[in-house]
Ligand binder design. Structure first.
Ligand SMILES: *[C@@H]1O[C@H](CO)[C@@H](O)[C@H](O)[C@H]1NC(C)=O
Ligand SMILES: *[C@@H]1O[C@H](CO)[C@@H](O)[C@H](O)[C@H]1NC(C)=O
Ligand SMILES: *[C@@H]1O[C@H](CO)[C@@H](O)[C@H](O)[C@H]1NC(C)=O
Ligand SMILES: *[C@@H]1O[C@H](CO)[C@@H](O)[C@H](O)[C@H]1NC(C)=O
Ligand SMILES: *[C@@H]1O[C@H](CO)[C@@H](O)[C@H](O)[C@H]1NC(C)=O
Ligand SMILES: *[C@@H]1O[C@H](CO)[C@@H](O)[C@H](O)[C@H]1NC(C)=O
Ligand SMILES: *[C@@H]1O[C@H](CO)[C@@H](O)[C@H](O)[C@H]1NC(C)=O
Ligand SMILES: *[C@@H]1O[C@H](CO)[C@@H](O)[C@H](O)[C@H]1NC(C)=O
Ligand SMILES: *[C@@H]1O[C@H](CO)[C@@H](O)[C@H](O)[C@H]1NC(C)=O
Length: 481
């Protein structure tokens, strides 16, 4: 039998001691969906395996997920599964990520047995049993999402877990649209939401070098002083960021400027999502960190060039946004909605796209020219592709701001909205409104990030066609929020 190179010390011991023994101990009972954690002290130094009895299933499909073991669904009570094999004895093979699973049939009335051999003080192992074919420790396909960062704060999101309830579409003859100052949908009930926990650490803590499992990452953050010292979740809530669905949102503080962080989210204690990378901004950008916080609008959450919110609030939201900013914005939206309703049209999508675009141009997003020297040197892995330059424009103080209501802000660098944010309005809205976006190969790049998302305009700016506004490695190319 060939074993992958990446198996832990546990396997080595396994092969040094090739026992076919009877268990000395009574098996520990496992329950479905409740993982059991083993640490160094639990592992046997003799050839005696640690034995576990599998729970009796209500359906015959049982999946064992964990790190390293032999399992048996044999009807013979005598069988202790082990390296010598035998009928109905299986080895659970670990992948390079440090995770293994095995699905088999367990007949009613038969007690399955799981045996763990060897192990050392440095090892740690988590075992979970579930019914059906999804292993309890199955990694999530989606990585967390990066909202934005300042020098020492970041807005991070879990992968989406629940699609939004579709808004009732206006139908003939009753065309109404949501008010300009829309009320946010109420979050789903707690029992319908998975439990997500955020783990992040600077690259120097090397979380990505650990086995990519929930238990290894959690232990890595908890036990590493570099990881544990930094980063604190200041606030969290459920947030419907976009049509992909509800996410858990975290506002994280106490970060170090100009540092590349790796981020994981763990669902229900066992399912790992990540890594996502992001880099904090430098401390010497005037507006960061002392004056900038993250503004939260329905689908917006990024660093804006505004003073610290009043009453020491952590962020701007509908309740503390200055009237000088909110009132004109709501005026535009109300007037736009009124024009829309002058004809009988199915225009909810148009209003949504317009709101999104209006917020993106009214609230400029702070960006920063990449400090390639300092950030890329910390990298452990190669950059996957040549990343185009982001759509950044310097905004010297004293220059007339794009949004006059912002007032006289200090120097900052703006990350321009993606042109596709404008084109979405053009596409969704009726022609009579006369909404027009600038042409990609002409004037657009003065006010928009051009050529990042749609390949059609890829020859203009950026030098690459990534097809996205931002990626998992922490590159943010234009503002799609
Ligand atoms: C592992 O060891 C701890 C501490 O010695 C003990 O409390 C726990 O019951 C052990 N777990 C198993 C599954 O043997
Ligand atoms: C054990 O599981 C295997 C794979 O699912 C199945 O083919 C076999 O019939 C099972 N044995 C018993 C005794 O249930
Ligand atoms: C379960 O194990 C099989 C191989 O036995 C592997 O192909 C599959 O990716 C594993 N699934 C998970 C979620 O680890
Ligand atoms: C029209 O639709 C709105 C919201 O969709 C609803 O509140 C209102 O009662 C409806 N009016 C009529 C006359 O059906
Ligand atoms: C969520 O998970 C954490 C860590 O696993 C746990 O401490 C907490 O009690 C859980 N919360 C709920 C509501 O299940
Ligand atoms: C918008 O709605 C929020 C909450 O419903 C409210 O606190 C705020 O004052 C409203 N803003 C304006 C400008 O009416
Ligand atoms: C909205 O329309 C009214 C009436 O036409 C006008 O007085 C007002 O200035 C408009 N508001 C904005 C923000 O354009
Ligand atoms: C952060 O580190 C990762 C892993 O080394 C690397 O791939 C990524 O490019 C870095 N991100 C930035 C923005 O430098
Ligand atoms: C804006 O602020 C800068 C520096 O704080 C100052 O030099 C400039 O005169 C101000 N401009 C206006 C129009 O107030």
């Amino acid at each position: 039998m060939l074993l992958p190179q990446s198996l832990w010390a546990l396997v080595t011991l396994l092969w040094l001691s090739v026992p076919s023994v009877r268990a000395q101990t009574t098996p520990v009972s496992l329950s479905f969906n409740t993982p059991v954690t083993l640490t160094g002290r639990n592992f046997s130094t003799t050839s005696t395996p640690l034995l576990f009895s599998l729970p009796s299933p209500s359906s015959p499909e049982v999946t064992v997920s964990l790190a390293l073991v032999f399992v048996s669904n044999s009807s013979s009570a005598q069988v202790v599964p082990g390296p010598t094999g035998g009928a109905d004895v299986y080895e659970v093979i670990l992948s390079g990520l440090g995770l293994g699973n095995f699905t088999f049939e367990l007949q009613t009335g038969i007690t399955g047995v799981l045996a763990v051999y060897g192990g050392s003080a440095a090892d740690s192992l988590e075992i979970g049993v579930s019914q059906g074919t999804t292993p309890l420790h199955a990694p999530l396909a989606d990585v967390p999402f990066f909202g934005d960062s300042t020098a020492n704060e970041a807005l991070l999101f879990s992968p989406p877990f629940l699609p939004p309830t579709p808004a009732p579409q206006p139908t003939y003859p009753n065309y109404t649209l949501p008010l300009a100052n829309t009320s946010l949908p109420s979050p789903p009930a707690t029992q319908n939401t998975p439990n997500f926990t955020l783990f992040l650490a600077p690259l120097s803590a090397r979380l990505t070098a650990l086995p990519q499992t929930a238990c290894a990452v959690r232990a890595g953050v908890t036990n590493d002083p570099r990881a544990a010292r930094s980063a604190q979740v200041l606030a969290e809530q459920l947030w419907l960021r976009d049509s992909q669905g509800w996410r858990r949102e975290w506002l994280v503080g106490q970060l170090t400027p100009l540092t590349n962080y790796s981020v994981y989210a763990i669902q229900d204690g066992t399912r790992l999502s990540g890594p996502l990378y992001f880099t904090t901004k430098s401390g010497d950008v005037v507006l960061v960190p002392t004056r900038t916080r993250v503004a939260l609008l329905p689908d917006h959450g990024y660093a804006v060039p505004l003073p610290v919110p009043p009453a020491r609030a952590l962020v701007y939201d509908a309740t503390n946004l200055p009237d000088s900013l909110a009132t004109p914005l709501l005026g535009y939206l109300t007037n736009f909605t009124t024009s829309l309703l002058t004809t009988a049209c199915d225009c909810a999508g148009c209003q949504t796209a317009y709101r999104h675009w209006l917020c993106s141009i009214s609230f400029p997003r702070c960006g920063e020219f990449p400090q390639t020297e300092s950030t890329s040197k910390q990298g452990e892995q190669e950059q996957p592709l040549t990343v185009p330059l982001p759509a950044l424009v310097s905004q010297p103080s004293g220059m007339t701001p794009r949004n006059a209501a912002l007032g006289n802000v200090s120097d900052y660098t703006a990350l321009l909205p993606c042109l596709e944010t404008c084109q979405a309005v053009d596409r969704a809205c009726p022609i009579f409104l006369g909404f027009r976006c600038p042409l990609p190969d002409f004037t657009a790049s003065a006010s928009y990030g051009v050529g990042y998302i749609d390949s059609a305009d890829g020859d203009v700016q950026g030098g690459g066609i990534p097809g996205v506004a931002q990626d998992q490695w922490g590159n943010v190319l234009c503002n799609a929020s």
